[in-house]
Ligand binder design. Structure first.
Ligand code: 4AD
Ligand code: MG
Length: 466
């Protein structure tokens, strides 16, 4: 993106290029010894009597550039007092740096202050804790940590769309306001009245969706492979570092695909996303590796060429029992795996991403396909070190009678699911899909350990600020 702008410098009209920093950093040789104009924010400033250095960033690149200015600037004394976070506009020449710390720098010919920061700017040079920064969620994107995280989040989202698009999936959008509880767990927020008018807007009970899966399933009968990528909401009373009340989920759904095919898709997707992010978010990952978790790059590189392990739920229970660990929650066949169990299985036992398959039917949702043993369902969860579950999926029950029976047994109202049951009457086929939490994935990619720090404005139990 290059714009030209005519400016008056030393009373002469001069045409200068208005650039974004990314262009300059990507094409340094082309811009060398040329005059450029950059707008941005002061990341740091150092001055002495006759010379000063500003680290400038304009948001287009993770890296900043050094601006050198001296007392030939008529407003030198003002610029010397510039504070971190202020917005400025500079014109200068890109030159080879005289110093070893950087290759290039800009020798300023003019610097205009757009907005000088108040002295009480909360983000001074020192490193703040993530907890403190949560209270200033409107300012925290300006720190290097959040700049890295939110850039990785964006690059990851693109990589996910790219993978599904390249693999022949159609991107679909499913309702956010819904009448049915996809997971059957009653963890839905209700949406009823308008603020102006106390009447029930839809004439019936409606909720924010907990998952787009059931609606997505209806589209595979004409588009075969589809995926959603949208916000989901859960009124779960779990105040943990990995649960949010509002999060983003990616949900592919595939016709003629069984549980094994579904796991293959999840594995391929994750590998493709990780390799895209490793390539396209290098500076950001280097930063995370240095300041957040020194293990992440190695861990991500490792998953590119290793097959993910697969373990039966029943075997996982045996392994947990044999571990002789003192878990807070007792281990026995039939329990839902807790974070501590998942952590043991991935961090210590498998030391890699791990699929757990064939869970007891009683702890999983009604739509999962019953296995021949009548005790387990064709479910899979993908667990990764540190984060635990990032993907949950299954083969779907495609047999009408068995599905209806399960809906009744789970005490769901079959009237709410008439259209879902219809799919089992008209052209029913085996099919499967999964859901991946975007925030959980970003936690895995960045090494961040609290979900509140991978979404700009987190919503959790008792907290919906900003
Ligand atoms: O395992 P879950 O509940 O599965 C479903 O919702 C299925 N309908 C998905 C499908 O088969 N289409 O959720 C899927 C993923 C989890 O593995 C986790 O990554 C994420 O969504 N997730 C959450 N992320 C943040 N906060 C929460 N409260 C989450 N609940 C689930
Ligand atoms: Mg799950």
């Amino acid at each position: 993106m290059i714009y030209f702008l005519t400016l008056k410098i030393d009373n002469k009209k001069t045409k200068v290029k208005l650039l974004i920093l990314k262009d300059i950093l990507d094409n340094k040789k082309d811009y060398l010894n040329k005059e450029i104009k950059l707008d941005g924010w002061v990341k740091n400033v150092r001055t002495s009597k006759n010379i000063g250095f500003i680290e400038l960033n304009d948001g287009s690149d993770f890296k900043s550039i050094q601006i050198v200015f001296d007392n030939s600037l008529e407003n030198y004394n003002n610029i010397k007092k510039i504070t971190i976070g202020s917005s400025i506009s500079i014109v200068g020449d890109l030159i080879k740096s005289l110093n070893d710390n950087q290759e290039f720098e800009i020798k300023a010919k003019s610097i205009n202050i757009i907005c000088k920061n108040n002295e009480d700017y909360p983000l001074q040079k020192k490193r703040h804790t993530l907890e403190y920064l949560r209270n200033i969620a409107h300012l925290r994107p300006r720190t290097n940590t959040f700049k890295a995280i939110f850039r990785i989040r964006s690059i990851t989202s693109y990589a996910i769309h790219k993978f599904f698009n390249d693999s022949g999936f159609y991107y679909i959008n499913t309702p956010i306001i819904t009448t049915s509880d996809c997971e059957g767990a009653g963890e839905m927020f209700s949406v009823e009245k308008s603020k102006n008018n106390n009447k029930n807007f839809f004439g019936k009970e409606t909720f924010l969706t907990v998952s787009g899966q059931l609606s997505a399933e209806t589209l595979i009968y004409s588009l075969r492979n589809v995926y959603t990528f949208g916000p989901t909401f859960r009124a779960e009373n779990s105040n943990t570092p990995r649960h949010a009340a509002e999060f983003w989920m990616i949900e592919p759904e595939m016709a003629f695909v069984d549980l094994r095919g579904c796991m293959n898709c999840a594995e391929k997707m994750l590998r493709s996303v990780v390799s895209y992010v490793l390539k396209n978010a290098k500076d950001e990952l280097d930063f995370c590796n240095k300041f957040i978790n020194n293990n992440i790059i190695e861990r991500l590189e490792n998953i590119i060429d290793s097959k993910f392990k697969i373990m039966e739920y029943t075997d996982a229970i045996e392994i947990l029992k044999e571990s002789k660990r003192e878990f807070e929650y007792d281990v026995e066949w039939g329990i839902d795996l807790q974070t501590e169990h998942e952590k043991f299985l991935t961090n210590e036992f498998a030391k890699s991403p791990l699929f757990i398959v064939n869970y007891p039917k009683n702890i999983k949702a009604f739509y999962m396909r019953m296995n021949n043993d009548n005790k387990t369902v064709a479910a899979m969860d993908l667990l990764v070190p540190d984060v635990g579950e990032i993907i949950g999926g299954s083969q779907r029950e495609e047999r009408y009678e068995i599905l209806l029976d399960k809906i009744k047994k789970d005490k769901l109202d079959e009237k709410d699911y008439w259209w879902y049951l219809d799919l089992r009457k008209y052209g029913s086929v085996i099919h499967s899909g999964f859901g991946m939490g975007l925030e959980r994935l970003v936690m895995y990619l960045t090494g961040i350990s609290n979900i509140r720090d991978v979404i700009p404005y987190p919503r959790t139990v008792n907290s919906a600020n900003f």
